[in-house]
Write a protein that binds this ligand. Structure first.
Ligand SMILES: [Zn+2]
Length: 87
């Protein structure tokens, strides 16, 4: 047994991140179900929807973007039908 493996927790999976200054691996224990530790982004993420800090007016939410995409698609297909002379 080496000094690094004194307790079973020392055998847990390690973080795969590397330091941007030294290039050496992080060595912290990885969060269960993740390949990185708590300092390197496990369980992270930003709030979405109306709770996001960048939320201003709702015009850029996923729902609004999908609706806009659908409306543009319908407009394009309608103008294609008009240009074909079908309508
Ligand atoms: Zn880490």
């Amino acid at each position: 047994m080496t000094k690094d493996n004194v307790y079973p927790m020392h055998n847990s999976p390690r973080c795969t991140a590397h330091s941007k200054r030294t290039g050496k691996p992080c060595k912290s224990p990885a969060v269960r179900g993740w390949s990185v530790c708590r300092m390197h982004g496990a369980r992270g993420g930003s709030k979405s929807g109306i709770n996001a800090n960048a939320y201003k007016h709702g015009g850029r939410t996923q729902e609004a973007e999908q609706l806009r995409k659908l409306a543009n698609e319908m407009g394009r297909s309608l103008s294609a039908l008009i240009n074909d002379g079908s309508i």
